[in-house]
Design a protein around this ligand. Structure first.
Ligand SMILES: Cc1cc2nc3c(=O)[nH]c(=O)nc-3n(C[C@H](O)[C@H](O)[C@H](O)COP(=O)(O)OP(=O)(O)OC[C@H]3O[C@@H](n4cnc5c(N)ncnc54)[C@H](O)[C@@H]3O)c2cc1C
Length: 424
């Protein structure tokens, strides 16, 4: 088990080297959180803000998983919104309005309050890969405005795209100035440091091997255990914890990012004149943005076999050059990947495995804000306010308890189907 972060642009520019001890012996606390990514740290913070004593147990390092590797795009709303509306009706629509920017607000508040240096910037857009997708964006903006919640959204027609991006590939865009981008590893490390300063006990290099609910809940590692009144399974953990309602729920799939060398200022300005993060409108999508030191971070899925590609640079480079041919000849200094936790309904799975064992996972690649929303909702539930939590628990998820191998083959096929549909 490696305790270093994956070799990435983020690890190379991490600004916090704090190490936390491994768990040893027995610790008693109010809530034990398993997993030290955004889900775990955000939940711990939301609980600590409510006066709970909390311990976080992380198998490797804080931010080791998807939280320290992602595209850093802070996107409004959550995955699977149409499913929430169709299953929950008006209550679902109200929930979505209530939480749409909740993750943004929590992150912005904590960044300011704890002076977390994570290159947080406002401005994100979805770019249309088909004229039809731009029409859908126009309808969506109209709906949001009619609901009194979309005044800030801006539509950019195809002919005006050079205002926002240095390529002619797209058929329009929807810009959300309240969304944005950030350095995810530095956010996660900074939040962990703030959590520790507020009294949260954090343990690294401590893989949890057993989680027991019931009358005396605890989570155990080889060297110790944390006894608590409630346990939170935070994020996509080892498959051994995917039991009960989690069985057959989650299908992890790879997503990959390359970082160019720092670009000359004029070229960086041409590519991204307003420094917006961007995601395209395909289901199997490309996403990209500039880093603080003016590299292009370009991400997407490399293949449909659900196996890691042998050479991430060489598989992502042609896609990147299709969007920005002007980058031909520039080096790719970093290439890395991570796992996105897909649930078939697309709605994040927030619920309870047992009455006092909570879980939160399945953000479908839309987790920077949603982890913070989920952390707040689970903390509310633990402190007795069940309104939002109950709505998530009501969602009927699709489960395929077919074993991980078969599940992965099915997911690969599904992804291929969507990729072909995107291309047609
Ligand atoms: C390449 C990539 C790009 C992405 N881009 C974006 C983006 O631009 N915007 C966006 O919103 N979302 C994005 N996502 C999704 C987002 O990163 C995730 O949804 C989010 O980080 C999930 O956070 P988490 O804390 O739930 O999981 P993780 O960050 O994976 O954390 C789970 C933690 O649990 C630990 N763990 C596992 N098993 C155990 C155990 N037995 N005991 C103790 N600890 C354990 C792991 O080591 C890990 O640190 C991307 C994901 C990837 C992979």
């Amino acid at each position: 088990m490696s305790a270093t972060h994956v070799n990435s642009y983020y690890a190379a520019t991490a600004n916090d080297a704090t190490r936390y001890p491994a768990l040893a012996g027995t610790v008693k606390t109010d809530v034990c959180v398993v997993g030290g990514g955004f889900s775990g740290i955000a939940t711990a913070m939301s609980l600590a803000e409510r006066g709970y004593r909390v311990a976080v147990i992380e198998a490797r390092r804080i931010g080791w998983g998807a939280s320290g590797r992602n595209g850093g795009q802070l996107i409004a709303g959550i995955s699977g919104e149409h499913r929430i509306e169709s299953q929950l009706g008006d209550a679902g629509r109200k929930l979505l309005t209530d939480i749409r920017y909740l993750g943004h607000d929590i992150i912005e508040r904590r960044v300011t309050q704890h002076q977390i240096r994570c290159d947080l910037k406002h401005g994100w857009m979805e770019v249309a890969t088909r004229p039809r997708h731009f029409e859908i964006m126009q309808d969506y903006v109209e709906e949001r405005r009619a609901a009194g919640d979309g005044e800030q959204l801006d539509l950019v027609a195809a002919r005006d795209m050079e205002r926002v991006i240095g390529t002619r590939l797209y058929h329009g865009a929807m810009v959300d100035p309240r969304s944005g981008h950030l350095h995810p590893l530095n956010l996660c490390l900074g939040e962990a440091r703030a959590a520790a300063a507020s009294g949260v006990k954090i343990y690294e290099e401590s893989p949890v091997t057993e989680v027991v609910g019931g009358a005396k809940p605890y989570a155990a590692t080889a060297e110790g255990r944390v006894e608590a009144n409630a346990i939170v399974l935070a994020g996509f953990l080892d498959p051994v914890f995917q039991t009960g309602p989690l069985n057959g729920l989650l299908f992890p799939t790879g997503s990959y990012i390359v970082a160019t060398e720092p670009l000359p200022e004029a070229l960086a300005d041409e590519i991204s004149p307003r420094d917006l993060a961007a995601a395209d409108s395909n289901v199997v999508l490309d996403y990209f943005r500039l880093s603080a030191d003016r590299r292009l971070l370009f991400g997407g899925r490399c293949n449909y076999s659900n196996r890691d590609p042998s050479d991430i640079r060489e598989t992502l480079r042609p896609r990147m050059l299709e969007v920005f041919p002007q980058l031909d000849g520039f080096g790719l200094d970093f290439a890395w990947g991570g796992k996105i936790d897909i649930v078939l309904t697309r709605v994040p799975a927030i619920g309870r495995r047992e009455p006092n064992v909570y879980y939160m996972q399945g953000y479908c690649g839309h987790g920077v804000n949603t982890t913070h929303i989920a952390g707040e909702i689970v903390a509310e539930a633990i402190s007795g306010t069940m309104e939002k939590f109950d709505l998530f628990e009501k969602i009927r998820h699709v489960r395929l308890p077919v074993g991980q191998w078969v599940g992965n083959q099915m997911l690969a096929l599904g992804m291929l189907y969507y990729r072909l549909r995107d291309l047609l």
